[in-house]
Write a protein that binds this ligand. Structure first.
Ligand SMILES: [Zn+2]
Length: 418
């Protein structure tokens, strides 16, 4: 019998998202369990028990918790998992934000040397120490907002030296409290020096970057931005096939602005996730569902860029595709690191119900970044990443938007923010 680090008792609701394997789909996604007057026990940094408060004493079996938190009138959820971010980046792009307000499109700004390429210039001229410091600031703010696990991508280096440096920054950030997953996104944009011959850059990614990334073991995933002006379907296939051969798991940015068939490619290659999906077709939804690819939806991007349509979330749910949510936190297309904000957008713009949105931001997001056996649920054996929300009803979290409801953040059984 282990010592009890912590117990929580008397929560108006606990949303455990427990039971079964894999992400929640179909009826399990539409109608997850809610425990009223809930309690839980944490030992050795893991969830030991979850149930109704009336069962707590029996579950404690005479042990005295080191800390007891009574949470009447509070909702308890798993920590948020932000399964798509572009940390590390060097700085914001406020001038471009203003240009877009004045009518220039994201792709027009990119074609004029702004966009991702301006972040590449900033990244290359910023020291590794400064990038780590900036990343830490973002992760600390995210942790306070309830995000306890974060997927981080390279992709502003776009040369072997700087892409490896981006992944080293992510590795340095692993020493902080958040659980991080590293993704190699060398194929984020064609860098300026390769614009005359994009295929030569694809060669560089495949022949030089990927083998070094794999050898150093500093990324778990490889991602490609398949889009007009970025990488073609064929270039994406080449990079992702090589990445898979190196033992990396796959993610794809697809269907953000144009449909190039990237969702079909994600299904074909057995990708873990396909992200954005604003223009996904019905046929592609069926392919994603049968391949078990998680759809990572990013309504913050549509909101920030003012682009329509939003991803067809309800159709994806009905097609049996597991749906996850992420911020896509980055300086160009979504300067928002708040998962609570994303929950509100998911409800109002994607028409997910509040409990579906929270499931998509926790358990399903964990599966979208390879952490599904460890975080995203309040279930025996899972990491004790727990949020106590200052609301009585979970629906208030997205409904009362623009305000953080996070009161306590517990990471691995330790109170990290109050
Ligand atoms: Zn992205």
């Amino acid at each position: 019998v282990s010592a009890v680090d912590l117990c929580i008792a008397g929560a108006s609701e606990i949303l455990p998202f427990r039971g079964g394997d894999g992400p929640l789909v179909g009826p399990a996604f539409r109608d997850p369990e809610v425990i009223h007057d809930g309690a839980l026990i944490v030992s050795d940094g893991k969830i030991e028990w979850v149930g109704e408060t009336q069962g707590l004493e029996r579950a404690l079996a005479g042990r005295r918790p080191a800390r007891r938190i009574d949470t009447p009138g509070r909702v308890v959820t798993p920590g948020f998992v932000d399964c798509h971010t572009h940390i590390p980046f060097a700085r914001g792009r406020e001038a471009e934000f203003e240009m877009r307000i004045e009518g220039k499109s994201y792709l027009e700004i990119a074609a004029a040397g702004g966009g991702i390429l301006s972040s590449v210039r900033h990244f290359r001229e910023t020291s590794t120490n400064d990038l780590v410091a900036r990343g830490r600031e973002h992760l600390t703010a995210m942790l306070r907002g309830g995000t306890t696990s974060v997927e981080c991508k390279s992709g502003y280096g776009l040369s072997t030296e700087h892409e490896l440096r981006a992944l080293e920054v992510i590795r340095a950030l692993q020493s902080g409290p958040s659980t991080l997953v590293a993704t190699f996104l060398g194929a984020h944009a064609i860098p300026a020096e390769h614009r005359p011959d994009p295929d030569a850059y694809v060669d560089l990614v495949v022949e030089e970057m990927l083998p070094q990334v794999a050898r150093q073991g500093i990324a778990r995933f490889c991602d490609v931005f398949i889009e007009e002006g970025a990488f073609s379907l064929e270039q994406g296939r080449r990079i992702l096939t090589a990445a898979r051969d190196c033992g990396l798991l796959l993610k794809l940015h697809v269907d953000e602005f144009h449909s190039l068939g990237g969702a079909t490619l994600a299904a074909e290659l057995g990708a873990v996730s396909a992200d954005h999906l604003d223009h996904v077709s019905d046929r592609e939804m069926r392919a994603l569902a049968s391949a078990g690819v998680v759809a990572v939806l990013t309504p913050g991007v549509n909101t920030f860029l003012g682009t329509a349509p939003f991803a067809p979330a309800r159709k994806l749910v009905d097609a049996g595709v597991p749906v996850a949510l992420a911020t896509d936190f980055n300086p160009g297309s979504c300067m928002c690191a708040s998962m609570e904000t994303i929950l509100s957008l998911a409800c109002t713009q994607l028409r997910l119900r509040p409990i579906e949105a929270i499931a998509a931001a926790t358990r399903n997001a964990a599966h979208a970044c390879g952490l599904g056996d460890r975080v995203g649920r309040l279930e025996r054996g899972f990491d004790a990443d727990i949020l106590v929300m200052g609301v009585e009803d979970h629906r208030t979290i997205p409904y009362h938007f623009g305000t953080s409801h996070v009161e306590l953040v517990i990471k691995g059984g330790k109170l990290v923010h109050a």
